[in-house]
Design a protein around this ligand. Structure first.
Ligand SMILES: [Zn+2]
Length: 270
């Protein structure tokens, strides 16, 4: 740590006091001189060795605490903690809040993650992963007529699929977009709930997907997942047509809404 201290002292404090604190802690973490559970230097000492003011140190530590890198414990000091990637879900949902097509955009990421995850899951899933997937599938069946519990079960099934890939980074990225995924699951389930054949699709297709994973057949599982998204898109298109024709019946002057029919359909799924 002495080397770092001398380097830090040699720098001027004209700009980026905050960045300096963050860079210092990042370097300590990546060199493993600081590890989970370790206590940081007291605020006063950190300020001194880095040549920045105590408020700057405090601000930087609060920012790191907000993303779960450190845990500020009053009366005890600041301790390195295991980052909680779910905090990134807040970041993504806020960062993309102003994007009009955020949900559709995130669906493309979802498809990419799940297609790779299902292949990894076929290779790596443990018995407990498979048990969990089976249990969530049972919940999909049990909640078929309940929109709220139903979309939640569907979301949990796909989350369990990603967890079964046993890839911490893949799971972290999926968790980071989970707020938006939950929103899209809910919106799509409400949208397609009355389309003929939807219940049979939800049960049959998740059952096929589950079986392919249980049999560790990654080609079949990937193919089924591709179909899962395409068929879901088709149900969404049908739901939009039904909505448009219902609107027409209420008001004969209403023409079928072009934006409704031309919604992107390739990114809808259950
Ligand atoms: Zn699904």
């Amino acid at each position: 740590m002495n080397d770092d201290i001398s380097i830090a002292r040699a720098r001027t404090d004209t700009t980026g006091g905050y960045d300096r604190v963050v860079a210092f802690i990042r370097e300590q973490l990546s060199s493993r001189r600081l590890q989970i559970g370790d206590r940081l230097l007291p605020e006063r000492e950190l300020a001194s060795v880095l040549g920045v003011s105590r408020p700057v140190v405090r601000e930087a530590l609060r920012a790191l605490s907000a993303i779960g890198v450190v845990d500020i414990r009053p009366g005890h000091g600041t301790v390195v903690s295991r980052p909680d990637f779910s905090t990134l879900a807040d970041f993504f949902s806020l960062a993309l809040a102003q994007e009009p097509n955020a949900v559709d955009d995130v669906m493309e990421v979802r498809i990419a993650i799940e297609r790779h995850a299902v292949r990894l899951a076929c290779r790596r899933a443990s018995e407990s992963d498979l048990t969990r997937l089976t249990q969530v599938f049972d919940r999909i069946v049990a909640t078929l007529d309940d929109v709220m519990a139903g979309w939640r079960a569907d979301f949990d099934f796909h989350s369990a699929l990603v967890s079964a890939a046993r890839s911490p980074t893949l799971s972290s990225v999926y968790t980071a977009i989970s707020d938006l995924l939950e929103r899209s699951h809910q919106e799509r389930r409400e949208h397609i709930r009355n389309v003929e054949g939807i219940n049979a699709f939800i049960i049959d297709h998740h059952a096929k997907l589950l079986n392919a994973i249980l049999e560790r057949d990654e080609t079949a599982a990937d193919q089924l997942l591709v179909e899962h998204f395409l068929i879901g898109a088709e149900f969404r298109r049908k739901a939009s047509l039904t909505t448009a024709s219902a609107a027409q019946k209420i008001d004969p002057k209403t023409t079928p809404s072009a934006p409704t029919d031309s919604q992107p359909v390739t990114q809808s799924a259950s």
